[in-house]
Design a protein. Structure first.
Length: 88
């Protein structure tokens, strides 16, 4: 669940772990996901993996870390396509 009911009261654990600026206030139990340090510009990015026009805009996305690649995607979309996601 999320801290203070943000984002409808829940968040994907996978997204909380991989999204820069996100984290758990109670990391041992993975409770109280917090997004207070996430750059708000992440909402404006479009997921290049989503096929649904509305889904592309929903939620927060991460960006490719490969040189000169600015593609953005949902962590869950990348995982569903078996793309590699590294932790910094």
């Amino acid at each position: 669940r999320t801290s203070k009911g943000q984002w409808g009261g829940w968040a994907h654990v996978m997204c909380t772990v991989h999204l820069p600026g996100a984290g758990f206030l109670k990391p041992d139990t993975r409770e109280d996901a917090s997004f207070s340090l996430v750059d708000p510009q992440r909402h404006k990015l479009l997921c290049y993996l989503c096929t649904d026009k509305d889904a592309k805009r929903m939620g927060m996305k991460v960006q490719c870390a490969h040189k000169k690649c600015a593609k953005a995607f949902h962590v869950t979309c990348a995982a569903a396509r078996n793309l590699r996601i590294d932790l910094d």
